[in-house]
Design a protein. Structure first.
Length: 81
């Protein structure tokens, strides 16, 4: 049996045992090359505003309000499992 066929069978078995994967919300969006937290402790209103900017074309970093820049990623936080 080829590796591809074996991998497909293993994946199918995992789906049958555990069900489909759950949807996962993103934790970070990138706007003009800058990353911003939008999950895990970020107020929902802030996340909505960052999403709105993310969905626009040609938004520059200078266009982002200072209160939202407070959520810019300075270094990646590792989440405990």
């Amino acid at each position: 049996m080829s590796e591809s066929t074996e991998a497909t069978k293993l994946a199918q078995r995992a789906l049958e045992e555990h069900g489909p994967l759950k949807d996962v919300e993103p934790g970070i969006v990138c706007i003009d090359g800058h990353r911003f937290y939008i999950n895990y402790g970020v107020p929902q209103e802030v996340a909505k505003r960052l999403y709105a900017l993310f969905d626009q074309d040609d938004v520059k970093y200078e266009d982002i309000p200072d209160d939202l820049k407070a959520y810019e990623v300075k270094e990646i936080r590792m989440m405990a499992r």
